[in-house]
Design a protein around this ligand. Structure first.
Ligand code: AMP
Length: 468
């Protein structure tokens, strides 16, 4: 995470993945489970990866730039072993792609050592950092996550629980945190639960916490439950206990996790991501049916919604678009020219599938419009008779301040533009987005569910300096 400067919308925001494992048997090594868990969280961050492990009251750390498989070659984990460990994958925009900002962060001090891995963005990090710097505490990175570790370290003499509570009550924004001490694993989630974090059991061997349940599946564990908004879970040799650190908790889980970020095989806050995407497609079909011979989805996150859309209208679903999986993230390329080039290589059409047909193409979102413009053009180029675009999130017209990378407000194609204007600009025959109500209906998470819809509505669960 980087410091958020709300007056500067170019501020970096990022999505990350975190994981922690605690094994009861001190002789066992948790690191291979963390490594495999990070592989399954790779979609949440591809810029850097790191693992910290605690053994005999010493925390060892390995981190580096690149994919999990690149950072942890065969030999690199030989000296990082321990029955408790945490890991992190990071995704940020190009500017701050430096090793200093890679996580976990480790702090070694008189009373012990701690390591922290964080997904989210603090909205008051600059203020807290200034206070810490004024009291003589130094920083080695531009990351707001370092604020968290320094606050815990500063309060550590009060005992772990107090240190955590004091820290958490000081920081504002979104955080799914895993913390490793010499002898404990801690998981904590902000009072709105904006970023996901869940808890699993590894049979009678121990526990696992992770951003998404797909990492628990990978470890052969069983999903127990989500870490609740405002909850701290502490796992140590005596077992697991938890407490709520915030009296006021209002669930506001990021809806974009379900739309785009999370893996479809994950369950977040009791909602199965794949099911939610299928439902979104069906609702979109009900709200905005299109005259079509074929429904196709933009891989990967548009595919389940396309299946649902096709099922609801009785129109066949086909694989009309192929994605090159080795291209990296077009979305975060530093310039529009580079993004357009990358998008060109990223998708291709199966011409024989779309030629002469009225095609409905479903994507999870339109942000700048680069992807949809290109897709409409290549579908027409391949001979599609009509191209109707349907989107299973509402128009993205406001920045995210809580952990997802969104461009400047002025670069969001739907900011201040009508659907008709966006349709003209991407060159489609028709365009429709799911409604906010429709999206909420798709996220059928039970009566207690609440979602952050800030990027669609501009209404944020916590006040953001400089916003409404
Ligand atoms: P754009 O081309 O700017 O309109 O972006 C929309 C495309 O980027 C869609 O195909 C999404 O699947 C994808 N996308 C949406 N949000 C993000 C994000 N935060 N990071 C990376 N890709 C995204």
């Amino acid at each position: 995470m980087k410091f958020l400067n709300a007056s500067d919308e170019s501020g970096l925001r990022e999505e990350c993945g975190v994981i922690g494992v605690f094994l009861k048997d001190e002789e066992k090594d948790a690191v291979p489970l963390i490594y495999r868990g990070l592989l399954s969280l790779q979609h949440r961050g591809q810029e850097s990866a790191g693992i910290a492990a605690a053994k005999n009251k010493v925390i060892e750390l390995r981190k580096g730039m690149g994919l999990v498989s690149e950072v942890f070659g065969q030999a690199s984990l030989e000296n990082v072993k321990g029955s408790a460990a945490i890991g992190h994958v990071r995704y940020s925009t190009a500017g701050a792609s430096i090793i200093d900002n890679a996580q976990p962060f480790v702090s070694r001090f008189k009373l012990g050592s701690i390591a922290v891995a964080h997904n989210g963005t603090l909205t008051n990090a600059d203020v807290v950092r200034e206070l810490l710097e004024d009291s003589g505490i130094g920083f080695t990175s531009s990351s707001d996550s370092e604020v968290i570790i320094n606050l815990i370290a500063k309060n550590y003499r009060k005992g772990l629980e107090r240190a955590l509570t004091d820290t958490i009550q000081f920081i504002k924004g979104s955080y799914a945190l895993v913390v490793l001490t010499d002898d404990a694993l801690v998981a904590a989630r902000d009072p709105n639960g904006i970023r996901p974090l869940c808890l699993g059991a590894l049979g009678d061997r121990g526990w696992i916490v992770a951003s998404e349940s797909c990492a628990i599946d990978e470890a052969g564990g069983a999903l127990l439950r989500d870490v609740e908004p405002g909850e701290v879970v502490i796992i140590n040799g005596e077992g697991l206990h938890s407490f709520t650190f915030s009296e006021k908790t209002t669930r506001a889980v990021c809806a974009f996790e379900f739309v785009y970020f999370a893996r479809p095989d994950s369950i977040i806050d009791k909602v199965d991501v794949y099911g939610a995407r299928i439902r979104a497609g069906k609702i979109l079909a009900r709200e905005s049916p299109a005259p079509a011979d074929l429904v196709i989805g933009v891989p990967d996150s548009g595919v389940p919604a396309a299946i649902g859309y096709g099922q609801a209208l009785g129109v066949p679903y086909g694989l009309g678009i192929v994605k090159n999986k080795y291209i990296g993230r077009t979305f975060i390329s530093p310039s529009q020219a580079l993004r357009e080039k990358a998008v060109l290589t990223k998708h291709n059409v199966i011409a024989s599938e779309v030629r002469g047909k009225r095609v409905v193409i479903i994507d999870d979102s339109i942000v700048r419009g680069t992807t949809s413009k290109r897709l409409v053009a290549i579908l027409r180029g391949a001979g599609a008779k009509e191209v109707h675009m349907r989107v299973c999130s509402p128009p993205v017209c406001c920045p995210c301040y809580f952990g997802i990378d969104t461009p400047h407000r002025k670069d969001l194609i739907s900011n201040g533009a009508s659907v008709q204007r966006v349709c003209q600009s991407i060159g489609a025959d028709s365009l429709a987005f799911i409604s906010v109500e429709g999206l909420l209906e798709s996220l059928d998470g039970g009566p207690e569910a609440g979602y952050c819809l800030g990027c669609f509505t501009g209404e944020y669960p916590i006040p953001v300096p400089g916003e409404g």
